[in-house]
Design a protein around this ligand. Structure first.
Ligand code: HEM
Ligand code: HEM
Length: 298
């Protein structure tokens, strides 16, 4: 499991313990209802329940809809804002009457932080689901398709784009921002690339090569010793060829990663997308592990 969903679940469990302790305190001494009632309710509902749900949803929904969250880094901001907002609201309540006076301004400030956290959660979870309704994958890439979604769906297209003069796409932020709104035709026009030739090359790589690979029973490339890893390298082949790269996957995806049968035939790009991990980042770490392994001759 990725790190931030795990943090959400751990924090949720801690809030549950504190919430239960406060509930018991309230049951023993109901006169503490102010301020403990508000604190008990919100630690349980905003802390425990919402964080548990968010942690599980951030882990499950990208897999469920087979796509990356629209803003993976937003998970971290959500986590920070919700914790700071909740602890702030609870602290202001704990200091006495929050209604009127300066306390209310502080309360509103932390309430807005919590509200922002909820807005990030809404954006990520709502839109990771809405793209799942997109129907079957295309059987041909056409010029009116947007660059970003094509690369998301066919990670092997990235190297064709970069090799054909679209170097800016090596930057993951570019892929998540302007590449989402520009069509292949428009991008070719801007870069002075013939869109007919480019589309022919792209379709050949994606559909002809992948069907050859499908016939061989795999959707990714094998890797041989001495070679470097790319987005379409199969994880199963990679970890048997370079045993030390296993640690990189464990670091990013968690130790349970290798109990998943998918890792044998999925490509590095597919697994990175499923785990909301930046492909360039994990490729850099894998390739540096490969270089070390080759150097030390392990
Ligand atoms: C050991 C566990 C718990 C104990 C002993 C406990 C105890 C209490 C008590 C004594 C009250 C009344 C407070 C008052 O009126 O001043 C209360 C209210 C409340 N508790 Fe808990 N609670 C526990 C767990 C939870 C959990 C897990 C949740 C939510 C997930 C929760 C949500 C609420 C809510 C929403 C209220 C307000 C209900 C209302 O407006 O009438 N509690 N709890
Ligand atoms: C941005 C997040 C939130 C803010 C700023 C907020 C703020 C407040 C405020 C100001 C009150 C009235 C407290 C009073 O009368 O002294 C309240 C009550 C309450 N809130 Fe929230 N809340 C938030 C999120 C939530 C969520 C997510 C839940 C449930 C899932 C929830 C459940 C409740 C309940 C049950 C009460 C009634 C408490 C009572 O009866 O005394 N709140 N909240």
């Amino acid at each position: 499991m990725d790190n931030t969903p795990r943090l959400f679940i751990k924090a949720g469990l801690i809030y549950a313990l504190i919430g239960a302790l406060l509930g018991i305190t309230l049951a023993v001494n109901p006169s503490l209802s102010h301020p403990l009632r508000f604190i008990h309710i919100h630690l349980n509902l905003v802390g425990f329940m919402t964080m548990m749900v968010a942690g599980v949803a951030y882990h499950v929904l990208p897999r469920f809809s087979a796509r990356t969250l629209p803003w993976p880094a937003g998970m971290k901001y959500h986590f920070i804002l919700q914790n700071v907002g909740l602890i702030g609201m609870v602290a202001v309540q704990g200091f006495g009457d929050w209604k009127g006076g300066p306390h209310q301004a502080y309360f509103i400030f932390f309430a807005i932080l919590t509200g922002l956290a909820f807005a990030i959660m809404f954006y990520n979870l709502y839109f990771v689901l809405s793209s799942a309704e997109e129907g079957p994958p295309p059987t041909e890439i056409t010029g009116d398709m947007k660059v970003g979604p094509v690369i998301d769906q066919f990670p092997q297209a990235l190297k064709i784009f970069i090799g054909s003069g679209f170097e800016a796409l090596a930057n993951p932020t570019a892929r998540k921002t302007f590449a989402r709104v520009i069509s292949i035709d428009k991008a070719c026009e801007k870069h002075g690339v013939s869109s007919i030739e480019f589309l022919e090359k792209l379709n050949k790589e994606i559909f002809e090569n992948s069907s050859e690979r499908d016939e061989a029973g795999s959707s990714g490339q094998e890797i041989q010793r001495g070679e470097m890893c790319e987005g379409d390298t199969r994880v199963g082949s990679l970890i048997t060829t370079y045993i030390t790269t296993k640690a990189v996957f464990e670091k990013h995806y968690g130790e349970s990663c290798f109990s998943c049968p998918g890792q044998v035939f999925e490509t590095v790009a597919q697994t990175a997308s499923m785990h909301n991990v930046d492909l360039e980042l994990i490729l850099r770490e894998i390739n540096s592990a490969i270089q070390n392994e080759l150097k030390t001759g392990e």
